[in-house]
Structures are given as C-alpha cells and as structure tokens.
Design a protein around this ligand. Sequence first.
Ligand code: HEC
Length: 137
Amino acid sequence: MTPRNMIFVAAASVAAMIGATQVSFAADAAKGKTIFEHKCHVCHRIGPGATNFVGPDLNGLDGRAIASEPGYSYSDADQAKKKTGFVWNAKTFDTYITNPQKDIPGTKMVFPGIPQASQRADLWAYLSSFKADGSKK
Ligand code: HEC
C-alpha cells in the first residue's frame, strides 16, 4: 500500500466512525423536558410538589408498577394491566407512548402517541431522572 492509499484508508475509517455516531442518538433529558412541557404537562405533573392532576403524578416512574399512584382513580384497563405485573421502564414506556390506546386498549389517557423514537428516548431520559419524592436522582 502506498502512503497516499494508507491516508485514504485512515480517513475513510474515521468517516465511518463519525457516521456511526450520527446514526445512533444520545437521549437528551433537556430535550425531553421541552417535549414534556409541550405534550404532557397539560395533564401531568412531575418534580418537587407534583400531585395527581388530569393524569397521575409521574415522579419515580422508573421501576414503578402501573396504576399504583396513591389517590389516583385509574381506568379498569390500567388496573387490569397492573395484575399482569406491568412495571414502567425504558422498554414498556417506549411501547406505551408510541401509541397508548394500542398498547393498553381502554386506557383513559387521551393522547395520540409519539412516532419519533428519538423523542420517546429523550422523554424517558427526562421522566426517569426524578425520584419518587420529586427530587432529581
Ligand atoms: C389529555 C390528558 C393527557 C395527556 C396529554 C397525557 N396523559 Fe398520560 N395519562 C393521562 C390519564 C388520564 C392517565 C390515566 C390512565 C388510566 O387510568 O387509564 C395517564 C396515564 C399515564 C401514565 C401511566 C402512569 C401510571 O401511574 O401508571 C404514564 C406513564 C403517562 N400517562 C405518561 C404520559 C406522558 C409521558 C405524556 C406526554 C407525552 C402524557 N402522559 C400525556 C392523561 C394524559
């Protein structure tokens, strides 16, 4: 291989590495906060002092059983899902928020869903950063 070819090969592999990082995305909690404020805050509260509103308070969601927020009156559909052992985590949240009515038919959450995977990941990065008492992890 000539020196010129070696430089080309090195440049090509750097380009491939950069390409790979562009394809994968890093979940961004700051972007998730903006999405929450635009799409969820009309019905949900999160953070210090959050209470149940139209929907349940979302503090401590990571690892929390569905339909388990004290004092909130859940639909029969969400209560039935609880009996299956359903717990909120990155995976279950991603499926749910893609299309809530499809994931849990009969849920009383009236929300069309978020089609973009990167937005769902950003949103989870934000939601999962809160402990049950509303403070940050
Ligand atoms: C129009 C009001 C409304 C909007 C907008 C809304 N939700 Fe909800 N959400 C609800 C209601 C009502 C429930 C309770 C569902 C039930 O009991 O069937 C709920 C339930 C949930 C639950 C289950 C909580 C638990 O305790 O099991 C999660 C998670 C959730 N919503 C997340 C979100 C996120 C994230 C957004 C924004 C992308 C959002 N919701 C937007 C009304 C809403």
